[in-house]
Design a protein around this ligand. Structure first.
Ligand code: FES
Length: 227
């Protein structure tokens, strides 16, 4: 899908002092004749700062990388993670609509977005705080349906949990992760199960789980190691 940059553009863009210094360091990571490769980290930082990628931001990044603005624009317009128009000031909600999430109810989540945020995707809510869009698989299919906000994932959603998540987003910062309190993508109820055998040294998630504070804080955990 061809994506166009927003018609309404700010007059200028400037990296904050801290972001400018970070961006310069990123550029130095690449060999002298390959420094245009820093385009993605710079675009990402510009988006973290402003919420979206504007034309002036593209021009500033192009100048820093000594390439034509079109080269930056073609990257920004290719990757869906870059927003080419303003998004919600508090959060932009990316709802995965690919098959596993769709089969687990993402269409209902999209309906809730339409009712609670705005009828059209990428159109901020009337108070400007939230916006939403449907995206392709974000790689957490085993915990579907899933949404992404910035770099946080909210997984195992239901209509109810998603609806209250949106309400709490207005004034707070709901905790990311499984909304059914799964640790990773283990079977539901695993923490309290005495029947599941875990092959500890063949499973990175289990290893992480064993190291985590969650294990210490969980009263009734029953993990049996299989040799
Ligand atoms: S299909 Fe939704 S995360 Fe993969």
């Amino acid at each position: 899908m061809f994506r166009r940059i927003d018609k309404n553009q700010p007059k200028a863009f400037e990296f904050s002092k801290a972001n400018l210094s970070w961006a310069k360091k990123q550029i130095l990571k690449y060999p002298k004749d390959r420094q245009q490769s820093a385009v993605i980290p710079l675009l990402y930082r510009a988006q973290e700062q402003e919420g979206w990628i504007s034309k002036p931001a593209i021009e500033v990044i192009a100048k820093m990388l000594k390439i034509a603005p079109i080269r930056v624009y073609e990257v920004a317009s290719f990757y869906f993670m870059f927003h080419l128009s303003p998004v919600g000031k508090k959060a932009h909600i990316q709802v995965c609509g690919t098959t596993p999430c769709m089969l687990r109810g993402s269409e209902k989540l999209i309906e809730i977005c339409k009712q609670k945020i705005s009828k059209n995707q990428k159109q901020p809510s009337s108070n400007g705080k939230l916006s939403w869009e449907e995206v392709e698989c974000i790689g957490a299919c085993s915990n579907s349906p899933v949404i992404q906000i910035g770099s946080d994932y909210y997984e195992d959603l239901s209509e109810e949990s998603f609806s209250s998540l949106l309400d709490s987003l207005i004034d707070g910062y709901p905790e990311p992760g499984s909304q059914k309190k799964r640790f990773s993508s283990e079977p539901e109820g695993f923490l309290n199960s005495s029947k599941i055998k875990i092959e500890e040294n063949k499973n990175a998630s289990v290893e992480l789980f064993l190291e985590s504070s969650l294990l210490k804080n969980t009263k009734k955990v029953n993990i049996r190691k299989v040799k």
